[in-house]
Design a protein around this ligand. Structure first.
Ligand SMILES: NC(=O)c1ccc[n+]([C@@H]2O[C@H](COP(=O)([O-])OP(=O)(O)OC[C@H]3O[C@@H](n4cnc5c(N)ncnc54)[C@H](O)[C@@H]3O)[C@@H](O)[C@H]2O)c1
Length: 413
């Protein structure tokens, strides 16, 4: 069977490799000519535990090749980006382009799967009509499903196989054929439903997380006002069987959580946009803490440039925005996962007035407070992730400030 995966990014490339490693002949298509060239040489830019070896295995099978144009195939899987525009409206241009290109080569008996995250109704109202432009009828001549991807960066390989999947087919035959395809490698359950339910479910999941993180962030700020510590409050509250307060932090980044909730709403009012506002506002809150504790023109070192721990993904990272806001300071970044910033940690913190822990990469957890403080000019250490041991840092002489905790709170971690 010949399979064509359109969009060779974080989702498309591992998916293409998954099928290639199981014996499918896979054509990966991407508009990025450099990426196509590198993949065809066996060079991959995604750094994740186990993933590189897996991609190389796929390359060595000779079942996978990349090209910039779609070719006739039995199955087409769309994994292109679905960003928002400057007004927080979905930008479906990549999806539309991919569907139009597929339509040119689509034949009777083919199947098309949309994996990209999209607003409810996109499969039926946007993708289906574009595919049918060549005269074929969806459901009769070809199958069509939405199968949202739900993996988490950092665990892509594991979650591709282990996560449950939802197949939203436009008819029974699409559901069954889609299910058959994913059974090739999915070890989790495979649910079948209609496309709009599948689209909405994926968005509901990410919105659930964004809104709950917003609640945790709001509580963190309130804890600072009330002179207590969110991390202690959270631990005590979460011991209750019906409470699950999420983890607060300097904001929400990545390709999904800051984007997907906007696919559900029309306009800026209501709970979902408010949650976005709270999460976006956290970086201003961190900026204020830094300003209150750093001399004018001082040196600020930000530890962590990615949007989450132990990955190299910098998309929509809160650190990125913070750098913009702190333009009147001397700001230096360090991140062991990002080539641009993976210099020597000790050299980076040298002469710093303030060090801010932005991402709890495992490399930062065991930093020795005395060693770092000796190199710094000042002694301010701001921990936005509850990553450090407050007592150790304070005993070593740091003015240790924990996000969501009053400075004098005696029993912080
Ligand atoms: N990254 C994640 O963790 C994640 C998780 C779940 C779902 N998703 C969803 O999966 C989709 C893809 O995300 P991603 O992170 O892989 O994106 P990405 O930006 O890493 O990769 C997308 C690739 O598609 C290519 N592309 C764009 N338009 C194209 C076109 N018309 N034809 C061929 N190639 C095209 C780009 O050049 C890029 O290489 C998005 O809808 C996203 O929301 C992502």
């Amino acid at each position: 069977m010949k399979l064509c995966v359109i969009g060779l990014g974080y989702i498309g490339l591992p998916t293409a490799a998954m099928f290639a490693n199981r014996g499918y002949r896979v054509l990966g298509v991407d508009v990025d000519a450099k990426k196509v060239e590198r993949i065809n040489k066996g060079l991959f830019d995604i750094e994740e535990p186990g993933l590189l070896a897996f991609l190389r295995d796929a390359y060595n099978t000779e079942n996978i090749r990349a090209h910039h144009e779609i070719e006739p195939s039995d199955v087409f899987i769309i994994c292109v980006p679905t960003p928002i525009d400057t007004n927080n409206k979905p930008d479906l241009s990549h999806v539309k382009m991919a569907a139009s290109e597929i339509s040119k080569v689509l034949e009777r008996g083919n199947m098309v799967i949309l994996e990209s995250t999209v607003p409810p109704g996109t499969t039926i109202n946007v993708v289906l009509p574009l595919l049918e432009k060549n005269g074929l009828t969806a459901g009769d001549d070809f199958e069509l499903c939405h199968c949202p991807e739900r993996v988490m960066p950092g665990k892509i390989l594991k979650e591709l196989e282990e996560n449950h999947r939802i197949i939203g087919g436009i008819n029974e035959k699409s559901c069954e054929r889609g299910k058959g395809l994913y059974t090739t490698f999915v070890r989790g359950k495979i649910y079948t439903t209609d496309p709009t339910t599948a689209e909405f479910t994926k968005l509901a999941e990410n919105t659930f997380r964004d809104v709950n993180i917003a609640l945790a962030n709001e509580l963190a700020k309130l804890c600072e006002i009330h002179g207590t510590n969110i991390w202690n409050v959270r631990e005590l509250a979460n011991d209750h069987p019906r409470v699950n307060i999420h983890i607060p932090g300097p904001g929400v980044g990545g390709h999904c959580l800051p984007v997907d909730p906007w696919f559900l709403v029309d306009g800026d009012t209501g709970l979902i946009p408010k949650a976005r506002e709270v999460n976006e506002g956290m970086i201003k809150h961190v900026e204020n803490i830094i300003r209150q504790n750093t001399p004018k023109d001082g040196k600020v070192v930000l530890l962590g440039a990615t949007y989450k721990a132990d990955t190299e993904d910098v998309r929509n990272s809160p650190t990125d925005k913070l750098v913009e806001y702190l333009c009147d300071f001397e700001v230096t970044l360090h991140d062991p996962y990002v080539k641009e910033y993976d210099g020597d940690l000790e050299e980076t913190v040298c002469k710093a007035d303030t060090v801010v822990l932005m991402v709890d990469h495992r490399e930062y957890v065991n930093m020795v407070p005395a060693d770092i403080l000796e190199l710094m000019k000042g002694n301010v250490v701001i921990d936005t992730r509850n990553c450090f041991d407050a007592t150790e840092w304070r005993e070593a002489g740091a003015k240790y400030i924990l996000l969501g905790a009053c400075e004098t709170s005696f029993n912080s971690k």
